[in-house]
Design a protein around this ligand. Structure first.
Ligand code: PGA
Length: 250
């Protein structure tokens, strides 16, 4: 049995005060961590504050990290630096970072390795654009993204990695993929892991769906056999809504 995950992706939202208000509002209302991994991925500047005050049920994640140990990368944060904040998770390869900040399958792979070396757990995003879905290349896109992301990643590392299937056309658009469509894609991703690592590892890895997940759509998505949780943007910003997502995820 795979433990369900509910991960909020705040993107570039919330000041420190707003973030702390949220944390205090959810702290004693989330399901216990043996039933669910509930995670908030927040802007880097407030991570340390959130880790300090998060309570026992919540885990904190970042939204990006550099792959190098140090160097001339103005504005970037290294995995070792991120590690000192006490976060558990890092979102890698989100489509917004691929689209606006030149993230590639190759840098995602380097970042996965750098995270694992620094005891950070990657949440690896993949997913097709509307054009790719419509011209029938969804599987080819997912196969390329997953194969390159997992190059030279050891089977024993898979327990520390989460995959998030996020069709780009569903992100922030209110157009959630149908539960069947999301499950089919997550099932395909699982089959890629099976091909590379075998059936045992494929059964163990957790695969999330992301893209306009709401308190209304979450239950049907979670009921699908290949979907182990959600990566949620907009609906994770309000405390009440995040609590409801977490309750419905178990
Ligand atoms: P959304 O964002 O839930 O607002 O569509 C999801 C994501 O980008 O991770």
């Amino acid at each position: 049995m795979r433990k369900p995950v509910m991960a909020g992706n705040w993107k570039m939202n919330k000041t420190r005060d707003e973030a702390l208000e949220f944390i205090y509002a959810v702290s004693d209302k989330l399901p216990s961590s043996d039933k669910l991994d509930s995670i908030i991925c927040a802007p880097a500047i407030i991570l340390r504050d959130l880790v300090k005050r998060k309570g026992s049920a919540l885990k904190i994640g970042a939204q990006n990290v550099h792959y190098a140990e140090s160097g001339a990368f103005t504005g970037e944060i290294s995995p070792a630096m991120l590690s000192t904040t006490g976060v558990d998770y890092v979102i890698l390869g989100h489509s917004e970072r691929r689209a606006y900040y030149n993230e590639t399958d190759e840098t995602v792979n380097l970042k996965i390795k750098a995270c694992l070396n620094n005891e950070l757990k990657p949440i690896v995003c993949c997913g097709e654009s509307l054009e790719e879905r419509e011209n029938g290349s969804t599987h080819a896109v997912l196969e390329r993204q997953i194969t390159l992301a997992f190059e030279e990643i050891k089977p024993t590392d898979l327990a520390n990695i989460i995959i998030a299937y996020e069709p780009i056309w569903a992100i922030g658009t209110g157009k959630v993929a149908s539960a069947e469509m999301a499950d089919e894609a997550c099932g395909f991703i699982r089959s890629l892991i099976r091909k590379q690592y075998g059936a045992v590892y494929a059964e163990e890895i957790r695969i999330l769906y992301g893209g306009s997940v709401s308190t209304k759509s979450v239950s049907e998505l979670m009921a699908q056999p290949n979907i182990d949780g959600g990566l949620v943007g907009g609906a994770s910003l309000k405390a009440d809504s995040f609590i409801e997502l977490c309750e419905k995820a178990i």
